[in-house]
Structure formats: structure tokens, C-alpha cells
Ligand binder design. Sequence first.
Ligand SMILES: Nc1ncnc2c1ncn2[C@@H]1O[C@H](COP(=O)(O)OP(=O)(O)OP(=O)(O)O)[C@@H](O)[C@H]1O
Ligand SMILES: [Mg+2]
Length: 372
Amino acid sequence: MYLDELQLQNFRNYDSLKIKFNSHVNIIYGNNAQGKTNLLESIYVLGLTKSHLLDNNLIQNGKSSCKIKGTVKKNKFKTKYEISYLEDKKTLKIDNQEIKKITDYINNSLNIIIFYPEDLEIIKGSPNNRRNFLNLELSQLSDNYLKLLNEFNKLLKIRNEYLKKMAKNIEVDNTYFQIITNYFVDKSVLIYKMRKKFVEKLNENCGKIFYEITKLPDFKISYVTNYETEDIKKNLLDKLNKNLKKEIKLGSTLYGPHRDELEFYLGNNNLKIYGSQGQKRMAVLAMKLAEIPIFKQFKNNNPILLLDDVFSELDDIKKNNIIKYISEDIQVIITTTEIKKINKKKFSSVSIFKIKNGEIIRTEEVENERTL
Ligand SMILES: Nc1ncnc2c1ncn2[C@@H]1O[C@H](COP(=O)(O)OP(=O)(O)OP(=O)(O)O)[C@@H](O)[C@H]1O
Ligand SMILES: [Mg+2]
């Protein structure tokens, strides 16, 4: 799958834009604040219906609506995607037909792997960042995950409301509470299993990729729970029942996938504690690149790889190692401020675009014999 054409209207600093991409490598360069991140964001929004950034100000300042349109080629077929925002109202279309349910749109949408500077938070930040990462990726990889997660969150909310009532000695229906707890455990087990399998798949590749980039061995990711995972259904239920008093006191459910975590290790060292800034960045990048074969396997289609500012803060050796690693059998869109540092000869087919103040021009089209 690759994004053939993208059109933007009143999206952030773009008044109106039409751009045709290379199906292999695309490099977009420009100074700071010209619209590089915004461009990748628009592609991400087109795929996942919402931004990966905290700031959600997608409509251009002073305007009341914006539109993102994209033509995607999948196995020779063309599909048109469109997202428009009118103030807070969002409309989704596939091949000009409105799609009402977000899950229906996402299940048929572009598969995107994005790496961006704030991704560092997946390692540095709170556990929520890590759970969000798992949830976002699995929502793309599985048609059922998002629905399952929504059901899980509803049950969690009801269970927590019950616990809060119990804390205030308000009488509750205990049978119903037990039913909710059982359902909660059922959904928890399903979420755990999907996440665990995903992390196992990541580990099949990410150590090797991390080594290729940094020459450091033994990078791995571990999925951490605060309950026993052997005979998980029974153990989680026991844990909840045994700790009910504590849960009532705190008014919240203390065990389950909403509390699960990821830890990143280089040998025995936890990267969150011992890793340098660069190592953390490369760990996240390795993890994202390790997703490529997983997308191929699960979705039967190549994902589109968006790399925002991937080369910043890296020494030249690592830059080159990354370039070597960029697989050209998928579409890659890379932004950078320094085009000179990139050896274009490393790619067999690459389009280069210059971006200035929300306008983009294609400056070069390079076809090489790949030298690697
Ligand atoms: N809703 C909006 N309306 C108009 N302009 C916006 C809006 N949101 C962001 N911008 C502007 O878009 C410009 C480009 O931002 P962007 O983050 O894409 O830059 P960039 O090229 O990635 O820069 P850097 O190299 O610093 O990362 C900024 O000047 C920003 O203020
Ligand atoms: Mg940027």
C-alpha cells in the first residue's frame, strides 16, 4: 500500500496543497516551522482519524473547516480517503461514501507507522504513553481490538463507579458487581493476550534492528503485569477478589491491562533508567521499524512509514545505519532540516521535496542502482 496523492485544504499552515508521492522513498526538507510535521500529521490523521499530537488545532487559524484527501494504491486498486472537519464535526469518507463508524473507517484505512520526536515519551514518559502505543498499534493491526478496548473501558468505568459507591457505603447489587467483574476479567484476558503476542512479535525483530543501528546487542521489550499470567483468568479474578477492600478504599480497579506496562532492556539494564537520550530514541525507532513485518503479516499489506525528524541529534554513523536500514519495499516519507547530510545514492528511487511556508515543490527525482 502507498499514498499516491495527498490534498490539503486549510489544514494547519497549508492553505491548499496537492502533492504526488513516490511509492518508495520521499524526503521532505525545509527549515523549522515550515510545515514538515504538519504534512506527516495530515497523513496520520487520514489513516487514524485523529492526530498523534497533543495539540489538536488542525483547522487553520481563522478558518472554520479543513479537509484532507488522499488516494491510496493497494494491489493496483485505487482507494480515495477523505476527512473533513467543520468546527468539531468530523466527516469520514472512503471512495466518496460517508462512513459513520470510526472503527469501520480505521479497519479499511491506510496502515501507518509513524516515528516522531515526542515518541521518546514511550520510554521516558508515564506508563500511559506505553499503553497508548500498544492500543494505537493494535487498533490498526486487528479489526477487533478497538471494539474490545472500548468494551473493556466501559466495564472498567462501571466497576470503578461501583467501588466508589461501596466506599461511601451506598448499597449496591453485589451479584451485578460480580457479573461486571467477571466480564471485566474476560475482556482483560483477551487484551492481555493480544498485547503479549504483539510484544513477542516485536521482539522477533527489534533486537536485530537496534543492533544494526547502534551496534549494541540484547535490546528487548518486556510486557509487565501486576498479576500472574499463568492461568490468567483465574489469577486475575482471585487478585481482584482478594484485594476488594483495598480497591474500595482507593475507589478504583487496581489490576488489569489498564495497569500493564512495557519495559525496555539493553541486556539487564532498564533503558528508562540507564539509557542515554540517543539510545532511547533508537530503541523507539527500532521498535517502530520492527512493526513493518508485523503489519505485512497481519494486514496483508505494506504499511506507510512516516519518519519525522528521525536524523536529528544523531551522529553521522547512526544516520547512515538508519538509511541502510530503511527498507525500500515500503513507502517511506521522511522529513529533515538537513538534506545535505543524506546520501541519496543509497536509495534506488527517491523523490525530494522542498517545503517553505506551507508550500511544497519537488526539487529532485533520483533513480539509482541501489549500492548496498
Ligand atoms: N492551526 C494552525 N493554523 C495555522 N498555522 C498553524 C496551525 N497549527 C500550526 N501552525 C503553524 O504551522 C507551522 C509549521 O509547523 P510544523 O510543526 O509543521 O513545522 P516543522 O517544519 O515541522 O518545523 P520543525 O523543523 O521545527 O519541526 C508553525 O509555524 C505553526 O505555528
Ligand atoms: Mg517538525
